[in-house]
Design a protein around this ligand. Structure first.
Ligand SMILES: [Zn+2]
Length: 277
């Protein structure tokens, strides 16, 4: 049986890896993981503490400032009310508060986990079930949309929760990046370690620029800007091994980050959009 593409809903998809339950759509270029049970998508403590230790310990402040400044440049004058969906412990929000002080926008964070911090309004629960009438004019989400089973519901909810001229920012991994391309190439040669790590079951949606743009446009949004980029080398999580292999791995990633810049094949992508007029 063919699996419907989770983005463009086409049935023109094919199984590209049965080991990883990976399917690819011919029409919109999207790759998606079909999980048998929702429980497969769970987050043990290891997910934060071991597998992604460096990632969570090294937030990308440069990216945070860039996202805030770019998204607010698409707004007119007036007070900025910003909500970050899937905010985790609120690294992005806390950084904005710190950096912009009295100029800081009004900040809200939404996540399944509970948080509290002076000056930031945190709500815990399922974003899809929440009701907003707060007039947010910027809604961001960092590294969330690759985890969701139904990306359309997620974007619909973001679009519903924003003012008519508000900006939505979606940040995720780039399946068209140099690292993913090399991992797929190596996998075809029989070396599956990096491939299987990148396509780990915690990520269900593997977007290219094209498939993410397709999703946003199908939900009535106009894409204003697409940016492919890398992150700090310090935040790279290295599979535990002996120090020489770990060093070589980091060096390889550094080389790929460097090479990806002129090709515009950065490891992450950030898209900015507004509701279509
Ligand atoms: Zn598709």
């Amino acid at each position: 049986m063919k699996n419907k593409c989770t983005i463009c809903l086409s049935e023109d998809t094919w199984l590209i890896s049965s080991r990883m339950s990976l399917h690819k759509c011919k029409k919109c270029d999207h790759t998606f993981t079909v999980i048998k049970r929702v429980e497969e998508e769970t987050y043990e403590e290891d997910y934060y503490l071991k597998m992604h230790k460096n990632w969570f310990a090294n937030p990308d402040f440069g990216l945070f400032e860039n996202v805030y400044e770019t998204s607010s440049s698409f707004l007119g004058n007036g007070k900025v009310k910003l909500a970050d969906v899937g905010c985790g412990q609120g690294a992005f929000l806390k950084h904005l508060q710190n950096k912009y002080q009295s100029e800081s926008p009004e900040l809200s964070g939404i996540d399944i986990i509970e948080n509290s911090h002076p000056g930031i309004k945190f709500e815990s629960g399922d974003f899809l079930q929440m009701k907003f009438d707060e007039g947010y004019n910027i809604i961001t989400s960092f590294m969330v949309i690759e985890h969701v089973i139904d990306p359309h519901l997620f974007i619909k909810k973001m679009a519903e929760s924003i003012t008519s001229d508000g900006v939505i920012v979606v940040n995720t991994i780039n399946n068209g990046s140099l690292i993913y391309r090399i991992a797929r190439f190596l996998n075809n040669l029989g070396f599956s370690t990096s491939h299987d790590r990148l396509y780990d079951h915690h990520h269900l949606q593997h977007y290219t620029n094209k498939s993410l743009k397709t999703l946003l446009e199908m939900e009535g949004l106009e894409v204003l800007k697409v940016k492919n980029h890398n992150y700090k080398l310090k935040a790279v999580d290295v599979p535990p091994s002996n120090p020489i292999i770990m060093g070589a791995y980091k060096l390889m990633v550094a080389g790929m980050f460097l090479l990806s810049v002129p090709l515009n094949w950065g490891h992450h992508q950030t898209l900015y959009c507004k509701k279509k007029k």
